[in-house]
Design a protein around this ligand. Structure first.
Ligand code: MEV
Length: 312
């Protein structure tokens, strides 16, 4: 008998990049957009394999042992004391890869959850996040851990990288807020802008530490605005966060076109979300503003549009 498990996409509301350098950030799960993993016994005579039809990929784990998902599968099987069972693992995701919505973390978390469920186990969010973070670290250099954490906890979180364990706190949202997410359609792997920021930081630490500090201070204000349900103030803070992301050099003309379109159509504020250089932006809107802002985003070239409410 096969078992399935899923995990959500995510949005970073405030603090991407600075979070890699120990500043706090705020992330939300995107409930309606999920990755699904199914684990079932392999057909007779077949060994452990992974099918990822959305990526047009299928492979035997023994044939591609260094693939990030092969390594994560093996690490999870070891963690669960499952040995090396003959399984077929099928991975599906509604989340475009390299879009800033955490498709990698969602697929990886769905995989860990499905293997645990196959073993009759339930792993805590912290256990899931640790397994996925270990895999991200091997393949992406310096992830902060915010993606694997928000996806595993499936709630709005305040996240700060710390040794030995990050600070993870639930965020209070006084009044659910409406977000429009516009996809530039440009795919940009997370580690590229993250690596570019690192190089700039190494070349001029004082300048970049000051930008990270400013972003960290914004995260505090965003948290307070969320708790108070202060939508207009939150919008201004998102705009300020975007200005600092431009200073970091992680925006792009396509992102800026969508952000300008959203603000021009009356959004309360807008910023890129995730690593940047492509992927998605988000705009904070009221119910009345949403149709105009959505139309403006489409006209400005958004290839995909999503409307979501922050969790209460
Ligand atoms: C990516 O979703 C967020 C970044 O801050 C990278 C990270 O935190 O690992 C850009």
């Amino acid at each position: 008998m096969g078992v399935s498990a899923s995990a959500p996409a995510k949005l970073i509301l405030c603090g991407e990049h600075a979070v890699v350098y120990g500043r706090p950030a705020i992330a939300l799960p995107l409930d309606g957009v999920r990755a699904v993993a199914t684990v079932e016994p392999a057909p007779a005579g077949m060994e452990l394999q992974i099918l990822a039809p959305d990526l047009g990929a299928a492979w035997f784990v023994s044939g591609l042992p260094d693939h990030p998902l092969s390594e994560l599968t093996m690490a999870t099987l070891r963690y669960l004391d499952l040995g090396l069972p003959q399984l077929t693992i099928t991975l599906r995701a509604q989340i475009p890869v390299a879009s800033g919505m955490g498709s990698g973390a969602a697929i990886a978390t769905a995989l860990v959850r499905a293997l645990a469920s196959y073993a009759g186990r339930t792993l805590t969010p912290a256990e899931q996040a640790n397994l996925v973070y270990g895999s991200e670290r091997r393949f992406h250099g310096t992830p902060s851990g915010i993606d694997s954490t928000v996806v595993a906890y499936e709630r709005a979180i305040w996240f700060q990288r710390r040794d030995p364990t990050p600070l993870i706190e639930p965020i209070t949202i006084g009044q659910p807020l409406r977000l429009l997410v516009g996809d530039t359609g440009i795919r940009s792997a997370t580690h590229l802008p993250v690596g570019a920021v690192r190089k700039k930081w190494q070349a001029d630490p004082a300048r970049y530490e000051a930008i990270f500090d400013a972003i960290g201070a914004l995260a505090l204000q965003v948290r307070a605005a969320l708790a108070a349900g202060a939508a207009s103030e939150l919008g201004m803070l998102l705009n300020e966060n975007q200005r600092l992301l431009v200073e970091l050099g992680v925006s792009s003309p396509e992102l800026e076109r969508l952000i300008a379109a959203a603000n021009g159509a009356g959004a309360l504020g807008a910023k890129l979300s995730g690593a940047g250089w492509g992927g998605v932006m988000l705009a904070l809107v009221t119910a009345e503003q949403a149709p105009d802002v959505a139309a403006a985003l489409r006209a400005a070239g958004a290839v995909r549009l999503l409307e979501t409410m922050t969790p209460a």
